[in-house]
Write a protein that binds this ligand. Structure first.
Ligand code: SF4
Length: 307
């Protein structure tokens, strides 16, 4: 071992170089992968609005790992295609002109008919995997359903790989016209805003929902509903445009205060004696407080979007 006065390039420099070398792309349509997220964020991305927060190298490398997982899965299907005579294609862009939607499913098996399906592959960390093992992420369901709609397919699969490769889960899905109606509704709003130049609505800042927790065997249990920062808020690249930099901190404080209040209400003695029922629901939150939470003035909110 020896010390050197020369400052060597680091692995962080290498990651940053890879991140900087990413090509810019122009978004000409709405993207399947952004459905179900914040519509305003989706709108900004299509507009080419400059992101107010940049991707950090850690998140970027996670995305790169995800790509390796996809490539490995696809390589297996390519071998099967030759051996079993499947007709497949990967990452081919689909479009729905009327609604200005496009997307690139990871894999399509086009023939023989009994194998026909559309496959979307996701890589997750261990924590997220526990959730998606119990229930697929609704935005991923929308993404897959939009592919089935655009490609007129009846069957799809959403695969989640845990990044350490120890586990995977496959959600098999039939085409669901109810989800497709929701997608159309979202696209109608986005297209209307696009034509009029009006910004799409912001999502609620806080949500009141049950949460999952896991016992030591990894079994999911449901906890009573609590107030939480809307997940769409966390991954938005345009916070400075809409809500300012400290919104998450503020929203977290608000959710804590509401939960404390709700807990207090729950523990209050009721007229028949004893504490409250503890059952979830908006009723446990004083109306004036609950009413103050969501807004439509762009001062709160949240989201995610990707190509
Ligand atoms: S700050 Fe909120 S409303 Fe604005 S784009 Fe992001 S998620 Fe959407």
């Amino acid at each position: 071992m020896h010390q050197t006065a020369t400052k060597r390039l680091t692995h962080e420099d290498a990651r940053q170089a890879l991140l900087d070398a990413r090509p810019d792309w122009e978004q000409n349509n709405w993207y399947s992968s952004a459905l179900g997220g914040c519509m305003r964020g989706h709108y900004y991305a299509r507009k080419g609005e400059e992101r107010t927060s940049s991707l950090d190298t850690k998140t970027f490398m996670k995305m790169e790992y995800g790509k390796f997982v996809e490539e490995a899965e696809l390589a297996g299907w390519e071998i099967l295609a030759v051996e079993k005579g499947l007709e497949i294609d990967a990452q081919k862009r689909l479009t729905q002109k009327q609604y200005h939607l496009s997307g690139r499913p990871d894999l399509r098996i086009l023939a023989p008919s009994e194998e026909k399906r559309i496959i979307e592959i996701k890589a997750t960390n261990t924590r997220s995997f526990m959730y998606v093992k119990n229930k697929p992420n609704p935005t991923h369901v929308k993404q897959l359903q939009s592919y089935m709609w655009m490609d007129n397919m009846d069957y799809g699969e959403l695969i989640y790989f845990k990044l350490d490769w120890a586990d995977m889960v496959v959600w098999e899905m039939e085409r669901d016209e109810n989800v497709i109606q929701e997608i159309k509704h979202e696209l109608i709003i986005l297209n209307r805003c696009w034509e009029s130049g009006e910004l799409p609505p912001v999502p609620d800042e806080l949500v009141f929902e049950p949460t999952l927790f896991f016992d030591r065997f990894g079994n999911a249990k449901e906890k009573a509903a609590t107030w939480r920062v809307n997940w769409q808020a966390k991954y938005c690249n345009y916070h400075k445009l809409c809500v300012g930099e400290n919104w998450e901190e503020e929203a977290t404080k608000k959710s804590r205060a509401l939960n404390k209040k709700a807990e207090h209400e729950r523990l209050k003695p009721n007229p028949t004696g004893g504490a409250g029922t503890g059952e979830g629901g908006h009723d446990t939150v004083p109306e004036e407080t609950a009413g103050a939470i969501p807004d439509s003035d762009g001062k709160t909110a949240v989201g995610t979007e990707k190509k």
